[in-house]
Design a protein around this ligand. Structure first.
Ligand code: FMN
Length: 300
């Protein structure tokens, strides 16, 4: 049985990866999960300099999910290169570095710093709704999205995944724009902008007022958008948004995702990513599917 998938020339042993920002660089989770069982680990977003993130509170629970406004807190590329890459290199998994920035120059600087590092792919986050300049300006305008993709691609040594925002009217147009800019792969969805009010304190549940909604509550929106993006472009698509179990992941794969990311689920079940990989295997056995690629985009 073949579970391996190809993303722009990079072979993943299985289609299951972690979603950026929900798994650190794997350090805490390595107590629970053998990272070598994952197709890839996608790191928390890293910028050219350390970012402090937003004021607290930064997270709140919602029905079927959560709202977060972390604000892309990260230690900056220097610490990341010294600390996180050597850690991940101990495992037999692909390393995908999620990159954030405020300006095109910020993104390009991180991409250049990573050029000689042993990482397999770059995921460019142009879709964080929680920081004013967290890339969302790039992620909601087709011209800006195409331009930043082109700027990153010019300097990138590794294949580039462009991570799209669901906070747009036409996801197919955004997917086409980054493909036109040279994106090797597209990933989606990032979180959906939401709000929660604390009625007892009569204030916003997160200090940033708005935050990004994630978890099972967003899954039907995410599956629809992954389907539409996959229909719109030729490059491979990575699907995410509310995946808790293999059945969820299989919906994304059948809708056109070549790989899937497990995010919020990790917070209440640290084994979720490996369980998804095992469950996909069990599904293939049950239905006599020899090759995962038979399932990718099988529902049209
Ligand atoms: C606490 C938290 C932090 C996140 N940080 C990032 C990030 O740094 N970069 C990024 O591209 N996406 C980030 N995301 C978005 C996730 O990677 C993912 O796209 C989204 O949560 C949907 O998947 P899920 O419902 O499985 O969590 C974050 C999500 C959460 C919940």
């Amino acid at each position: 049985m073949n579970l391996s998938v190809d993303l722009a020339g990079v072979t993943l042993k299985n289609p299951v990866m972690t979603a950026s920002g929900t798994f650190g660089s794997g350090q805490e989770y390595s107590e629970f999960v053998d990272l070598s069982r994952l197709g890839a680990v996608v790191t928390k977003g890293v910028a050219n300099v350390p970012w402090p993130g937003n004021p607290v509170p930064r997270i709140a629970e919602t029905y079927g999910g959560m709202i977060n406004a972390i604000g892309l807190q990260n230690p900056g590329i220097d610490v990341f290169i010294k600390r996180d890459i050597p850690f991940l290199r101990q495992y037999d998994t692909r390393i995908i570095v999620n990159v954030c920035g405020k300006t095109t120059e910020d993104y390009v600087e991180v991409v250049e710093r990573l050029a000689d590092e042993p990482v397999d792919m770059l995921e460019i986050n142009i879709s964080c709704p929680n920081v004013k300049e967290g890339g969302i300006a790039f992620g909601q305008d087709t011209k800006a999205a195409e331009a930043i993709t082109r700027a990153v691609k010019e300097k990138a040594a590794q294949p580039v995944i462009m991570k799209l925002s669901p906070n747009v009217t036409d996801i197919g147009e955004m997917a086409k724009a980054v493909e036109a800019g040279g994106a090797d792969v597209i990933s989606l969805i990032n979180t959906i902008t939401g709000m929660k009010i604390d009625i007892h304190k009569r204030t916003f549940a997160v200090a940033n007022k708005t935050g990004g909604l994630s978890g099972p509550a967003v899954k039907p929106v995410a599956v629809r958008m992954v389907y539409q993006a996959a229909q719109a472009v030729k490059v491979p698509v990575i699907g995410m948004g509310g995946i808790l179990c293999a059945e969820d992941a299989l919906e994304f794969i059948l809708a056109g995702a070549s790989a899937v990311s497990v995010g919020t689920a990790n917070f209440h079940n640290p084994y979720a990513s490996v369980e998804v990989a095992d469950g996909i295997c069990a599904y293939m056995e049950r239905y006599g599917i020899e090759d995962i690629r038979e399932l990718i985009g099988a529902v049209r």
